[in-house]
Design a binder for this molecule. Sequence first.
Ligand SMILES: Cc1cc2nc3c(=O)[nH]c(=O)nc-3n(C[C@H](O)[C@H](O)[C@H](O)COP(=O)(O)OP(=O)(O)OC[C@H]3O[C@@H](n4cnc5c(N)ncnc54)[C@H](O)[C@@H]3O)c2cc1C
Length: 471
Amino acid sequence: MRVSNCSVSFWQEAVDLLSDICGPAHVLTDTDILYSYGQDETLGLNFGFDILVKPGTAEEVAAIVKTCNELRIPITPRGGGSGVTGGALPIQGGVVVSLERLNKIIRIDEINGYVVAESGVITAELCEQVEQHGLYFPVQPSSKAYSFIGGNVAENAGSIHSCRYGTTAQYVLNLEVVLPTGAIIWTGANVPKNATGLNLTPLFVGSEGVLGIITKVVYRLIRRPEHEVTLLAGFETMEAACNAVLAIKQASISPAAVELIGQEALHLTAAYLNRTLPLVKEGIKAHLLIGLQEVTESALLHAMEKTGSVLEKYTTEPILAGTTALEKEQLWKLRFSIGAALSGKGKTYRDIDISIPLSLLYQYITKVEEIAASYHLAVACFGHALDGNLHTMIMLEQHMGPQAEAKAAEAVKNIYAYAIANGGVISGEHGIGMLQKEFMEVQFSEDHLALSRSIKRLLDPRDILNPGKIF
Ligand SMILES: Cc1cc2nc3c(=O)[nH]c(=O)nc-3n(C[C@H](O)[C@H](O)[C@H](O)COP(=O)(O)OP(=O)(O)OC[C@H]3O[C@@H](n4cnc5c(N)ncnc54)[C@H](O)[C@@H]3O)c2cc1C
């Protein structure tokens, strides 16, 4: 049975049952409210659905899932709705479970170095709270002001700091998960070493809400290196910027961030911010924004000298250093405004989040530009250069219409084919969701996909949890 076939009385019964679980105030059917939960940050898409539920505890989540399972109602788990591949879009209608009321930080354990929090805690809130205890959670996606920690785990989110600190996966010690049957499990333990039985934690990290609903997260925490500086270097060619990234990798420097910003992205961002930005000038084709973090001042000075001497081989432009909080903030603002600059002024864009072997960084960018140009499309390039995880945005404008969108789709296919043939993956951090699903067959063998699908069937035989996503 699928939702569209169901009668009004069926839905009224579902509303009554869910209201008994969460209280009527947390079960919503008002069309205007549902509209804002029918979308995320993906290409202006919006899907209608039937009931929005906002549980307040894991037990309520479990009871909701059990009820929907019995009634065979599709469920879409939703975090902060900042996803860009449509993972939280309720494409088959039914129930959206918003985790926004599971927003408590339960414990920050300073001695053992972990935090236990409900999955609806906003990322920035968690980061601030742990820092007040002298601890640090380094994987802070640029969407941290509104993404939830459960959403980050579900997407295995990355950040500008992933080149040094890794992605979300490297910090998850343990998860409380509601399975599609309504059972509640803990996947691991709150200890850094654990060789006890099958390790179920990684199964749920990056599972995009198709295997279970994460209700609590235990993150390992580290100490924050206190001394930091931000460097900005401009390059006359993209090739020089990419070669500088490779040279940084070869040198024994471990930067906390190395972000590449291509000319197109930089100029659009400068216009968007409407202010004179350093090094935004003719002849500069690419920038590197580099974050250094060290535990002592002398170590930081050493890292700065080493980085400076590497960069000077590839650029004659002065290298700017932001040392005060304000200077650093202004430099990073450049990077963090790119998304808004690209999507502002009625522009829409298609986000490509490929991860490729670092040695192919420049070839990859050149190939993307070549493919985009062959379809008469503009492309803006920026991203996590030292990870090989670039965001190349195919720029579309709303007036361009469906023909341009079709061309962009063709261009994306060719770009993905190139990346996969050269050892890359179609997503470094944004996931598959609904948008990238069609490319899974290019990425994986039929046997690989069959195994993934059988894991899904084992956990969710009725296919009620986030159906139609990933595979
Ligand atoms: C401006 C901007 C900047 C961004 N920067 C980054 C970045 O730096 N790094 C990065 O990795 N991504 C980035 N993203 C993408 C996005 O923010 C991340 O994917 C983020 O982790 C999604 O979290 P969310 O809470 O918003 O999840 P949602 O969008 O609500 O959901 C994402 C997926 O997770 C599932 N899900 C959500 N919560 C749960 C749960 N509790 N249990 C099970 N499944 C769940 C949903 O069903 C969906 O499939 C950015 C997006 C924007 C718009």
